[in-house]
Unconditional design. Structure first.
Length: 146
């Protein structure tokens, strides 16, 4: 369970259909939800202070993929952001909230351009400044994501 991970901060990203409701099921296997609303409640409980859960779509939406880029929209824009998208990089770093805003808006826009609806969700909170260095693609990246 996310709450039991011995870390000061946890950020969990789920890029799959109906992830806004399935997150709780994926993160806690001993729970048998009766409907999507009960999974929403569990997801809220799993997230919380110093825990963020970022999902590709709401509990009732599909997460769309693009054959052109070879990824789901959320993954594509997440990778783009982590590699230093100009709009969000600042002094060689990427702030988590700027990243989430960037990925969310670009995912919504890409789905809309494809005639679809996809609305990423964010649950939980992280206090203070959280940032990452700009990621550089290397051999392992290209082997996993050609």
């Amino acid at each position: 369970m996310v709450a039991n991970i011995p870390s000061r901060r946890v950020i969990c990203i789920l890029d799959c259909c109906f992830s806004g409701g399935m997150g709780a099921k994926a993160l806690q296997l001993d729970v048998a939800a009766r409907d999507l609303e009960s999974e929403e409640v569990l997801l809220e409980q799993l997230s919380g202070s110093q825990r963020l859960i970022f999902t590709a779509s709401s509990a009732t939406e599909k997460a769309w993929e693009s054959n052109k880029v070879g990824h789901g929209f959320l993954t594509y824009y997440l990778l783009e952001a982590l590699q230093g998208a100009e709009e969000i990089r600042n002094a060689g770093k990427i702030n988590i909230y700027d990243l989430l805003k960037y990925v969310t808006q670009h995912t919504i826009d890409a789905a809309k351009a494809a005639g679809k609806s996809q609305n990423p969700t964010i649950r939980g909170k992280v206090d203070g400044e959280v940032s990452w260095p700009i990621f550089k693609a290397g051999t392992l990246y290209y082997r996993c994501l050609p």
